[in-house]
Design a protein around this ligand. Structure first.
Ligand SMILES: Nc1ncnc2c1ncn2[C@@H]1O[C@H](COP(=O)(O)OP(=O)(O)OP(=O)(O)O)[C@@H](O)[C@H]1O
Ligand SMILES: [Mg+2]
Length: 352
C-alpha cells in the first residue's frame, strides 16, 4: 500500500497544498511550527478517521474556515484509489472512497498506516488502555469484523453500566441479562482474536527486534487477562458476569471482560516497564511498530504506510540507521518528519 499523492485544503496551517511522496522514505523538514506533524496527522486521519493529537475533528480545520478537505490517492495491488475526508465544523468528518460514501466504521482498514511518535512511549509507560488501543487498532485494520464487534461490545458495556446506575437510583434490581449475553459473546470473540494476534506479533517481533539490535535480547508480548486463564469462552464470561453482578451493581461498573485486560512487554521474560532502560523501551516500541507493519503485511498481503513523527528525539543514530536499512530492505513507504535531515536515500520535502 503506497500513497501516490496527498492534497490538503484548509487543513491546519495549509491553505491548499499537494505532495507526492516517493515509494521509499520521504522526509518532511522545516522549522518548529512549519506544519510537519500536521501533515502526518492528516494522513493518519485519512487512515483511522481520528487524530492522534486531538479528539476534536474541527481542530484540524484551518483557522477562519468552515471546512477542510484531505484528499489521498493510494495504490493497493496496483490499483489507485482516492480517499476523501471532508471536515466540517457543523457536521464533523465525512469520508468517501472513489466518490462512494464510507461510514467511519468502513473506513477502518481501507488505507492502513502504522504510527510512531514520541507519545508512543505511553505504550509501555502508560495505562493499560493505551496498550488495548494499540492492539485493537492493529487487529481492526486487518479485520472489519473485529472492529464491528469491538464497537458493539463497547456499547454493550456502557449500556450495562448505565442500567446498573439507573437500577441503583431507583432502588430496583438491575435488568441486564441481555447485556450480559451480548458482552459474553463479544468478549469471547475479542479475546480469541487478540490472543491470535499476540501470537502472530511474537513471530513478527523476533525479526524486527533482531534487525534493530544485535539480537542479544528477546522481546515478547503477552496478553494478560484481568480474570481467568487461557482463552475463556462465552459460557465462562456468562458465569463470571453473573458471579460479579452484585458487586458490579454496587459499583455501577463491569469488572470482567477484555476492556479490563492488558498487554505485557517482556524483555528476556521480564516486564520492560519495570526493568528496561529508556533506550531499551524506545527500541522495544519501535520493534513493536515494525512488527505491527509486518503483521499487517502477513494478514493483508501489503505493508501499511509507516508514519514517523519526530523520531530524531527518540532514537540515536545507530538505531535510526538500523531502522532505515530495515525500511529500505522491505520497501516500506515511510513519511517522516525532522527539523533537519542529512542522510542518503530519502526524498526531502522542505516545508516553509
Ligand atoms: N487549525 C489550524 N489552523 C491554522 N493553523 C494551525 C491550526 N492548528 C495548528 N496550526 C498551526 O500549525 C503549527 C503547528 O504545526 P505542527 O505541529 O505541524 O508543527 P511542526 O512542524 O511539527 O513543528 P515541530 O518541529 O515543533 O514539531 C502551529 O504554528 C499552529 O499555529
Ligand atoms: Mg511536530
Amino acid at each position: 500500500m503506497k500513497i501516490v499523492s496527498l492534497r490538503l485544503i484548509h487543513i491546519r496551517n495549509r491553505d491548499d497544498a499537494s505532495y507526492a511522496p516517493g515509494e521509499g522514505l520521504t522526509v518532511f523538514t522545516g522549522r518548529n511550527g512549519a506544519g510537519k506533524t500536521n501533515l502526518i496527522e492528516a494522513v493518519y486521519f485519512a487512515s483511522i478517521g481520528k487524530s492522534f493529537r486531538t479528539a476534536q475533528t474541527e481542530d484540524l480545520i484551518r483557522f477562519g474556515e468552515d471546512e477542510g478537505t484531505i484528499l489521498l490517492d493510494f495504490s493497493l495491488r496496483g490499483v489507485v484509489h482516492q480517499l476523501k475526508a471532508r471536515l466540517s465544523r457543523k457536521e464533523g468528518a465525512r469520508f468517501s472512497m472513489n466518490d462512494t460514501k464510507l461510514r467511519r466504521k468502513d473506513l477502518m482498514g481501507t488505507f492502513r498506516t502504522v504510527l510512531f511518535t514520541p507519545d508512543e512511549m505511553q505504550l509501555i509507560k502508560g495505562a493499560p488502555q493505551e496498550r488495548r488501543r494499540f492492539l485493537d487498532l492493529e487487529v481492526s485494520q486487518v479485520s472489519p469484523r473485529y472492529y464491528e464487534e469491538l464497537l458493539r461490545y463497547t456499547r454493550a458495556v456502557s449500556q450495562r453500566n448505565a442500567a446498573l446506575r439507573q437500577a441503583q437510583m431507583r432502588g430496583t434490581a438491575p435488568d441486564i441479562d441481555m447485556w450480559d449475553m451480548q458482552i459474553a459473546s463479544g468478549a469471547a470473540y475479542l479475546v480469541r482474536k487478540r490472543a491470535q494476534a499476540v501470537e502472530r506479533m511474537n513471530e513478527c517481533l523476533a525479526g524486527t527486534e533482531a534487525a534493530l539490535t544485535d539480537g542479544a535480547e528477546r522481546l515478547a508480548v503477552r496478553y494478560v487477562l484481568n480474570q481467568g486463564e487461557g482463552v475463556p469462552d462465552e459460557s465462562w464470561y456468562l458465569e463470571k458476569l453473573a458471579a460479579v453482578r452484585e458487586e458490579d451493581a454496587r459499583l455501577c461498573r463491569t469488572s470482567v471482560g477484555p476492556h479490563r485486560d492488558d498487554l505485557l512487554f517482556e524483555l528476556d521474560g521480564r516486564n520492560i516497564a519495570r526493568f528496561g532502560s529508556q533506550g531499551q523501551q524506545r527500541t522495544a516500541i519501535l520493534a513493536m511498530k515494525l512488527a505491527e507493519a509486518e503483521f499487517i503485511r502477513r494478514e493483508t498481503g501489503e505493508y501499511p504506510v509507516l508514519l514517523l513523527d519526530d523520531i530524531g528525539s527518540e532514537l540515536d543514530a545507530a538505531r535510526r540507521q538500523a531502522l532505515f536499512a530495515y525500511l529500505r530492505r522491505y520497501r516500506i513507504q515511510t513519511l517522516m518528519t525532522a527539523a533537519e535531515f542529512h542522510g542518503e536515500g530519502a526524498d526531502i520535502l522542505a516545508l516553509d
